[in-house]
Ligand binder design. Structure first.
Ligand SMILES: [Zn+2]
Length: 253
């Protein structure tokens, strides 16, 4: 019963993520009335706006003009609902669960915005930094997962400086932009959450993933080595790997 409630909660936050993914890059307010069809501008009534169910009933089409609704809506809602459920199954009713709910919402929004627009909104990274730092004062959290305020602060500074220096040298010596400062703010936010110890692992994981995924398109010559890629999704995947592999990593340390 609890699980079903968490799943529904996740899908509702998933539709909030969809609103942010569409509106944050265009600097429109997130809370500006009811959503409407992007094609025919007709308002979408509440019964056509229920996560999953409406998408399935309408078969992915607008009720009014029948244009196909972006699959991203369905995808984002599913990811949010499933991650909420997984987090709840692992951490139960706890502060850790609440924190991971917040983190998954932030990650989903950044992942999709960066993928589409090559930007990472400050609204999300700054809030993540603040929450990540504040929560590090809670002594009852699992200290190996969420280290104390000292490790958190060092992590935040280190995360920013590492990507800032790559950005700086790239700009100075190659006159090109390899990475953006949005990536620096994202790694800083992750550092605030998981401490400086997480930074080297996340950098290694994310660059290996980025190389593996770029190889096919480099071979096809559809991209060159200098094409700017959205790096946020790789940092996020690297961070997820770090969380999943944390126990193994600690045996290794
Ligand atoms: Zn329409």
């Amino acid at each position: 019963m609890f699980s079903l409630a968490v799943f529904i909660l996740g899908s509702l936050w998933g539709s909030f993520c969809n609103v942010c993914i569409y509106r944050l890059p265009e600097d429109k307010g997130v809370i500006t009335g009811r959503s409407h069809c992007l094609n025919c501008k007709s308002k979408i009534s509440w019964y056509d706006n229920i996560p999953f169910i409406s998408f399935l009933i309408l078969r992915g089409q607008c009720r009014n003009c029948k244009i196909k609704i972006d699959y991203q809506y369905f995808l984002v809602e599913s990811i949010a609902a499933l991650s909420f459920l997984a987090i709840f199954k692992i951490y139960g009713l706890s502060t850790t669960t609440l924190l991971f709910f917040i983190l998954s919402i932030s990650f989903i929004i950044i992942f999709f915005i960066d993928l589409k627009h090559l930007i990472i909104p400050n609204e999300i990274t700054y809030s993540m930094m603040i929450i990540g730092f504040i929560k590090s004062f809670d002594p009852y959290l699992n200290q190996s997962l969420f280290p104390n305020y000292f490790h958190s602060l060092v992590g935040g500074v280190l995360g920013y400086l590492i990507i800032w220096s790559i950005y700086y040298f790239y700009k100075k010596f190659k006159n090109k932009e390899g990475m953006g400062l949005g990536d620096a703010k994202l790694l800083s936010a992750i550092g605030f959450w998981f401490g400086w110890i997480s930074i080297p692992f996340i950098l290694i994981f994310s660059s290996v993933l980025a190389i593996l995924i770029s190889i096919p398109s480099l071979i096809n010559k559809s991209k060159t080595m200098t094409t700017q890629i959205p790096y946020g999704p790789y940092l996020i995947s690297g961070c997820l790997l770090y969380i999943i592999l944390l126990e193994q990593i600690q045996k290794f340390l």
